[in-house]
Write a protein that binds this ligand. Structure first.
Ligand code: ATP
Length: 327
């Protein structure tokens, strides 16, 4: 087995709280195992533009508690082209980088998979996305922080909703996945949630409101941005016309869900996964995502990790829980 001597690291796609903790863990573990680390800026754009810097112990000091990513992130259209990936490969070779660790979501791993196959290049991925929509890890880095941000925000909304007897429609992130809506909905005691996976529609929400507790002054409906119902404002319009006696308000939480300090759960997960990614590369793992399932560190091939729907994560049991608790 060839000894890995220089690992390149990058963060790609949407940022998530805990990416910095993951970068720190990769850098510190690499130094521990006598491997050099090169940090590429702005995701795959950094590989193509050869925009990078050497990383040492000190370069990752005092970042474990910071949101965002010190390596910056970007979406790179160039990396989707054959020429873009060729330039990236030539830059890596010129710098004698013999493996990559990429931190991102399904798009990042799709790109890594294409590149790894084209150039037979060892890559290990770390699940860095607030969406929690990857197969092969119970939780992604950033998910816990994001749902806690949602809970903080909706608790505040609940105070004003309760004072004014209001019905609030709160839109949370999740273009293809309702997992942020699902957990935060349970955590805030929502009356109903609308998520792309369940395909329920506003009719279902109407039904739930009809049957929910009449003595409850405030009502909260959580809508994932990717739900087919047409977005929180559309849902708000329909509910307002059906329930004119309710003062219906819409709140779109937006990018606050990506920011802020990572929770302890995310810092520890990122730290474990970062070390696991380096150790995986040393042991010969390639084209896999490092994940944590039932407390164990495991590696899942990219093409399986990006399969999106993890039936366990969006099971009808979770949806029923919301029905039971709001009854
Ligand atoms: P998030 O889940 O937070 O959105 P993500 O990793 O899914 O993160 P994307 O923007 O979907 O974010 O993907 C990140 C980058 O991965 C893209 O900007 C592009 O550079 C690369 N990428 C995605 N799909 C491909 C592909 N088919 N071929 C090559 N590169 C790709």
């Amino acid at each position: 087995m060839n000894k890995i001597k220089n690992i390149g690291i990058l963060t790609s796609g949407g940022d998530s709280p805990g990416m910095n903790a993951a970068i720190r863990a990769v850098v510190r573990a690499s130094i521990y195992y006598d491997i050099e680390v090169t940090g590429f800026l702005r995701g795959y754009e950094g590989l193509i533009n050869d925009d990078c810097m050497p990383m040492d112990r000190k370069s990752v000091a005092n970042i474990i508690q910071r949101g965002g990513t010190i390596l910056k992130t970007a979406r790179s259209e160039n990396f989707k082209t054959v020429e873009g990936r060729k330039t990236a490969y030539e830059n890596l070779k010129a710098r004698k980088i013999d493996a990559l660790i990429v931190i991102g979501g399904d798009g990042t791993f799709t790109g890594a998979n294409v590149f790894a196959q084209e150039y037979d290049f060892p890559i290990v991925g770390l699940p860095g996305t607030i969406d929690n929509d990857l197969v092969g890890t119970d939780f992604t880095i950033g998910y816990d922080s994001a749902i806690n941000t949602v809970i903080d925000a909706v608790d505040k909304i609940r105070d004003t909703a309760e004072s004014h007897d209001r019905l609030f429609i709160v839109e949370v992130m999740g273009r293809d996945s309702g997992l942020i809506a699902l957990r935060s909905g349970i955590g805030v005691g929502a009356e109903a949630i609308l998520i792309p996976e369940a395909n329920m529609g506003v009719e279902d929400v109407l039904h739930k409101l009809e049957h929910s507790r009449k003595d409850k002054a405030s009502k909260i409906i959580i809508v994932a941005e990717g739900d087919d119902a047409g977005g929180a404002f559309k849902v708000g319009e329909i509910l307002q016309s059906k329930y004119p006696h309710y003062d219906t308000k819409v709140s779109v939480l937006g990018h606050i869900q990506r920011g802020g300090k990572p929770t302890c759960m995310d810092r520890v997960l990122a730290s474990r996964l970062g070390v696991s990614a380096v150790e995986g590369l040393i042991k010969g793992e390639r084209n896999v995502m490092a994940g944590q399932v039932n407390k164990e560190m495991i590696y899942t091939p990219f093409d399986h990790a990006i399969k999106h729907i993890d039936a366990e994560k969006v099971s009808s049991t979770w949806l029923k829980l919301i029905d039971i608790l709001s009854f």
